[in-house]
Ligand binder design. Sequence first.
Ligand code: IDC
Length: 417
Amino acid sequence: MVKRLIIPCLASVMIACGNNTENTKSEIPSPEKTKTELKEKKTSGIGIITDDAKNVEILEQMVYPANSPVAKWGKLKVAPNDKGVRCLCDEKGNPVQLKGMSSHGLQWAGVAQITEENIKALRWDWNCSVFRLVFYVDEEGGYAHNQTHRTRHLENVVKWCGENGMYVLVDWHVHKPGNPEAKQYRKHPMNGIDLAGDFFAYCSRRFQNQKHVLYELCNEPNPSSGATTWPNHIKPYCEDMLKIIRENDKDVVCICGTPNWSQDAHVVIGNEPQDENGNVYDNLMYSYHFYAASHYDGVDPNSPYQGHDYMKPMREGDSTAHMPCILATLPIFVTEFGTTDASGWSNFRPDLTDKWMKILDGGNLGNQKVSWCNWSFSAEGGESAALKWNEGNIRQCDRNKILTESGKYIFKKLHEK
Ligand code: IDC
């Protein structure tokens, strides 16, 4: 197992880290570029959606346990905070900050152990208010290759999270290929189905009455399979998905992936997804991802990634790069972060993660409190994993024995006020 995973992982770090600065630059349009190369592509057009998805039975609204996050906060929305900055809010419009764990790949379920008991433990022992459910698509046994992802994982986990009053963030895990418009997602070579459209048609119809469901339209768009830009690929993709979702669920919070492994949120500013009448969609957020040892403040002497300060643009903006404070400008959700380097395998850095936590807890010009999910609730993928091993019900295990150093750190963070 480990051998199989190391190779793609190292490759992804090399691309993730090596290309970051370059790609960040190329995403900031120069005036000439705006006119020519970045002319926006029209929506690609939605492909085949199956009758199964279109006609799926709509579930009745669930009742959430008293004192649970969902009972307290209800259906979330995006609204302004005291400073007028859009952010995640409860049903009444008060800012909320969700905190929780992300699953690993469900196709490697032997290591992920997403069971009913463990969802319960995440809510009541770990104090999570959100769980991110990750659907890798075309990678080894992912959603495209196995029906049970929908019939079992999606159905069960949405139900179990609801029964425990915990929000569930359903993530369409774009990773390889890195373009959400790639045929593997939009017109699958096996059957020609618009897999992404079909997935969100199914979810948004089936769960339209559930207050605890949120959608991440695409994890980490990236250039691994060719140029993947906000205006030409990601925005048109998100507009297609929103058209589908909003027909069934007019206000569910949706989070758009951003270019360069969800690190270039700034390219969204002034160019947010719009409906057919040209109105920017409500209740939209944008994702930002970091792996603390790779995406840090640029001054750590032990890091190979010298010089680039990833924190400053989020916290206060960066005038030399003509970047406003992202957290004072856009509603952001850190749908995935790691306490290690971007491979997930090594370099656990609680000190650098702490610096990020301060920013996410409102330490930014916009006073925006940023929700987060930690990668990952599993024993896979190296030091970023929270568990050392996990065979079944974590409640019956000695926490000190099953948690990794990262797991212990995150467990503590989840209990801080
Ligand atoms: C990694 C897994 C690894 C798996 C690989 C598959 O840890 O076991 O083989 O994906 O491509 C991300 C991605 C996430 C990565 C993670 C660690 O969203 O899928 O998981 N990472 O590399 N972005 C930055 C880091």
